[in-house]
Each structure stands twice: as structure tokens, then as C-alpha cells.
Design a protein around this ligand. Structure first.
Ligand SMILES: Nc1nc2c(ncn2[C@@H]2O[C@H](COP(=O)(O)OP(=O)(O)OP(=O)(O)O)[C@@H](O)[C@H]2O)c(=O)[nH]1
Length: 369
């Protein structure tokens, strides 16, 4: 059985067009993530494949020049999408210059196939170098694994479409047709990679939002509950001490009443900043609710925890125009305390600190039974 390139090219064009259509539908709400540009890239690839598939009697500008310019445009859209995804900018000439070059090259060398193919390979190589450089710069910041699909799919496409015509020119049409299978595969990998990359980015953002306190930027209560359970388990496994601090701003109602809710919010943010700046890298701070903050101190016994709590209290008092009362509780390595029990004891220590006149640290020793 002989393989004919034309039906396979039509199939390739159809697959690419369908992928482009799906991406346009999804991209509407993800323009800032580059998906819209990647949908245009896919559409340009589909059009290029369709133009290759028209019968050979058709003028060369339609079967050769146009698909070549469409290819360069597809890779320019790919680059532009990646720039948007990373919130970075390039001069328009850096993105669209290769497309103009492809246009000029195909106009000048339309009847000189060998030179034209070399020229196009060089244009695509320049585009790939931009693409690769950009991806490399941001690689570690892109969440998830779909970046591997995106990088390999795009590289396969660029290598195949840029250098393929040079490699295939003297080959049998049957062999040429076979190369369309990897083309279809590369298109699917590239398309899936771009859609999933954008999805993984949204998932990461949503997860961050779900675990972050909107006002202060600290962990929210949900995140702190999880950290607390993990830290207790870790302390128990390692037989280490683990301390927690419950901080409450003193007379915060007065701040709101006298200076307004907005000013109250600013005070909450200022206290959060002091916490972040005063803690060690292993400590975890979060907003527990209202004007209450929770701080977890892994591998910290009661004496150093008390020193740290006193430092926090003093730092807040000097930087924020308010004071805080702190309840401190320490779990010693092998004791079997639950998160609720620890919180309850810290809460009673906090109550004791309030009772002693505020702006001080209460420990389990001060807590009423
Ligand atoms: N601005 C602002 N105020 C809040 C927020 N959440 C809770 N509050 C206020 O925090 C105040 C807490 O007041 P209380 O529980 O009476 O405690 P307090 O005035 O700090 O008194 P003590 O804790 O006994 O020192 C209330 O007025 C709440 O409205 C918030 O997100 N922003």
C-alpha cells in the first residue's frame, strides 16, 4: 500500500483546526495566560497544513510561500503567548521580525527551492532560540509538569517544520507522508502542553488564594490548621519540642472605633509585617481570625519560645502603635497532645495575659486549669 501525503496533510490540518477551535473556546477567559496567542498559533499551523495540501498545479505562492509565512507566524504567536504567560515584553520587531523575514525570503526566493528551504530553516532556528531562551529563564517559576509537554511539543514542531523540508526533499513521497504522523503528534503535545500549562498556573493561583489571608497576605486559618497538625506529627516523630503562640491585639475595638475600620485594617497589616520580619525561617505565622494571629515554632522548647514571644511583643509595641497579648504553649516531644488541646491551652494562657494587664506573654503556667 502506498501512502499519499495529501490525505494525511488534510487530516493534520483537520486535527490542528479542531485543536485551535477548542483552544479558542477555553482561551476566552485566559487571555492573560497566553492561551489566546497559542490558539492563534494553532490556527496558523492548521492553515499552513491546509495550504500544503492543495494540489501541486496551484501557484507556488499559495502552496509554498503562504504556508511558510504562516509557520513563522505560528511560532511568533507561540513566543508572544509565552511572553504574556510570563508577564514579560519583547520589542514587536523581535517577535514579528522573523515573520517579515520569512515573507521577504519567500518573495525573493520563490523559485529557488534549495536556498528558500535553508532560509526558512534559519528563520525558524532564530525563533526557537528566542523561545528556548525565554523558557529557560523562567523554567523553575512555571508550576507543574505540563511545561515539559509544551517545551518538547514546540521544539519537535519547530525542528520538524524548520529542518524537515531540507531532510525530505529527495525522499520518496511515501516516506514524506510518514513524517506527517510525528507532525500530528507534535501538534497534539504542543497544544495539550499549552492548555495544561495555563490550567496548572490557575490551579496554583487558586490554591494560593484558598490558603492565604486576603488582608495581611499571611497564611489563613485553613492553612494554619493544616500546618499545626503536620507540625505536631513531625514533633512527635522526631521527639522534639514544639511551641505555639496565640497573639491578640489589645483593645483593638478602640482602634476601630476611634480611627475607623480602614485604619484598623492597616494596623492588622502592620502587625503581620512585624511577625514576618521577626520570625525565623522555619517558623510559620498566620491570621487565626479577626485580630488574632497564630505562630508555630517547630523544634522550639519553652525557654527559647518565651524569648521569641517577648521579642515579638516588644517589636509590635515599638512599630505598630498597638500592643499584643500572647498565649504560649509548648508540647514536649513525646507527649500526646492534639491540635485542639494545644490551642485550648494557648488560648487560656492568652486569657491569663489579658487578665494580667495585657502587653505581656502568658504561658501554660499562668493558664487557669
Ligand atoms: N479593622 C478590622 N477590625 C476587625 C477585623 N476583624 C475583627 N475586627 C475587630 O476586632 C475587634 C475585636 O474586639 P474585641 O474582641 O472586643 O477585643 P479588643 O477590643 O481587642 O479587646 P481585648 O482583646 O480584650 O484587648 C472588633 O471590634 C472587631 O470588629 C478586621 O478584619 N478588620
Amino acid at each position: 500500500m502506498t501512502l499519499h501525503p495529501l490525505p494525511l496533510l488534510f487530516l493534520g490540518a483537520l486535527v490542528t483546526a479542531m485543536l485551535a477551535l477548542c483552544m479558542f473556546v477555553v482561551a476566552e477567559r485566559h487571555r492573560a495566560d497566553g492561551l489566546f496567542d497559542w490558539a492563534w498559533a494553532m490556527a496558523a499551523l492548521g492553515l499552513a497544513a491546509a495550504s500544503w495540501a492543495v494540489p501541486s498545479q496551484t501557484p507556488l505562492w499559495l502552496t509554498v510561500a503562504m504556508p511558510n509565512v504562516l509557520l513563522a507566524s505560528a511560532f511568533a504567536f507561540t513566543l508572544q503567548g509565552l511572553l504574556r504567560f510570563q508577564g514579560e515584553r519583547l520589542l514587536p520587531i523581535q517577535i514579528w521580525g522573523p515573520v517579515l523575514l520569512a515573507l521577504a525570503l519567500n518573495a525573493a526566493l520563490l523559485h529557488t527551492p534549495q536556498l528558500r528551504r535553508w532560509g526558512m530553516a534559519a528563520v525558524v532556528l532564530v525563533q526557537w532560540l528566542y523561545f528556548f531562551g525565554l523558557l529557560r529563564r523562567h523554567w523553575t517559576g512555571i508550576p507543574g509538569r505540563s511545561k515539559y509537554l509544551f517545551a518538547s511539543g514546540t521544539t519537535l514542531l519547530m525542528a520538524g517544520l524548520g529542518a524537515g523540508p531540507l531532510a525530505l526533499e529527495h525522499m520518496d513521497p511515501g516516506i514524506q507522508a510518514l513524517t506527517l504522523y510525528p507532525f500530528c503528534m507534535a501538534v497534539v503535545i504542543h497544544g495539550m502542553g499549552s492548555v495544561l500549562m495555563s490550567k496548572e498556573r490557575s490551579d496554583t493561583r487558586n490554591r494560593q488564594l484558598a490558603y492565604t489571608d486576603e488582608l495581611t497576605g499571611l497564611h489563613n486559618r485553613r492553612a494554619m490548621e493544616q500546618h499545626l497538625v503536620q507540625q505536631i506529627a513531625q514533633a512527635r516523630r522526631a521527639g522534639q519540642a514544639f511551641s505555639l503562640l496565640l497573639l491578640d491585639i489589645d483593645h483593638f475595638k478602640r482602634v476601630n472605633d476611634q480611627h475607623g475600620h480602614l485604619q484598623g485594617d492597616k494596623v492588622l497589616c502592620a502587625v503581620a509585617r512585624v511577625l514576618q520580619d521577626s520570625l525565623r525561617s522555619q517558623d510559620i505565622a498566620g491570621r487565626w481570625g479577626g485580630e488574632e494571629f497564630l505562630v508555630l515554632l517547630p523544634n522550639t522548647a519553652s525557654t527559647p519560645a518565651l524569648v521569641l514571644a517577648e521579642r515579638l511583643r516588644a517589636n509590635v509595641a515599638s512599630a505598630c502603635h498597638v500592643t499584643v497579648s500572647i498565649g504560649l504553649h509548648t508540647m514536649h516531644g513525646l507527649t500526646n497532645e492534639s491540635a485542639d488541646a494545644m490551642l485550648d491551652t494557648a488560648d487560656r494562657a492568652l486569657y491569663a495575659a489579658k487578665h494580667r494587664g495585657r502587653n505581656c506573654v502568658g504561658t501554660s503556667l499562668h493558664a487557669p486549669a
